[in-house]
Design a protein around this ligand. Structure first.
Ligand code: URA
Length: 234
């Protein structure tokens, strides 16, 4: 059982003061009955809540899909630079959101932003082998030697990479699938061949492809189906 003002503040961006005021104005209803006092207790898992007649969904966690543009760092705050959280609409900001994994500042594409630490761990841990696929453009042609070496495990200065899939799609373009998320991993893997990554765009996490309609900089709540897919190994 939880105080109603706490339940509301956990699931909306209203402050405690605003909530108290709305309750005193008779704007808050639970299970069809007006709430009279902020300290009234309810079962969080079993409240149908409305504020000013609008239904408020009680969700344990929030899962947002972002198509990350260039120019944003994958952090919750940064004194000097814009972060991916700056792209999140204010209506979601009451949550303790963080990006599940990092994309470099100049990398674009699919990113999950959530407040569910356990879920994030499950899709990021190299032991879970959840694949992440990227489109890449290099400054030199992609070679079969790269394909072979990516499969065998490229040796970086912090150890050998797990096997990675490299599919050539054009002279200087390819699709790369990795299951780890080491610092600048793909750039360093190509760096071993003297190649510079010019463009990097993540198009898939698990079995979930970047949703078609999601434009650069846009955010959408993930559906149950999308959350299921993001955890799958292909
Ligand atoms: N590998 C990189 O080098 N950068 C990214 O942003 C993601 C994977």
């Amino acid at each position: 059982m939880q105080r109603i003002d706490k339940i509301i503040s956990d699931h909306t961006y209203y402050t405690r003061k605003e909530i108290k005021k709305m309750i005193s104005q008779g704007a808050v209803y639970v299970n069809g009955e007006e709430v009279k006092r902020p300290e009234s207790k309810y079962d969080e898992n079993n409240v149908a809540l409305t504020i000013n007649g609008k239904e408020i969904e009680i969700k344990k966690h929030l899962y947002l899909l972002l198509n990350k543009p260039k120019g944003y760092v994958s952090a919750t705050e940064d004194g000097a630079q814009k972060t991916v959280l700056d792209l999140i609409p204010t209506e979601y900001k009451y949550r303790d959101l963080f990006p599940a994994g990092r994309l470099d500042k100049d990398t674009t594409g699919l990113m999950l932003i959530t407040d569910d630490g356990e879920f994030a761990h499950n899709i990021l841990s190299p032991r879970k082998h959840v694949p992440k696929e990227y489109e890449v453009t290099l400054d030199i042609p992609v070679t079969l030697a790269m394909v072979e070496e990516f499969k065998n495990g490229v040796n970086l200065n912090d150890g050998e990479c797990k096997t990675a899939d490299l599919e050539i799609t054009g002279e200087c373009t390819a699709k790369v699938t990795i299951t780890e998320g080491r610092y600048h991993q793909i750039k360093r893997m190509f760096g071993c061949f003297g190649a510079k990554v010019l463009e990097l765009n993540r198009i898939r996490m698990g079995n979930l492809y970047l949703p078609k309609g999601l434009k650069l900089g846009e955010v959408k709540e993930a559906t149950q189906d999308e959350l299921q897919k993001i955890q799958e190994r292909k």
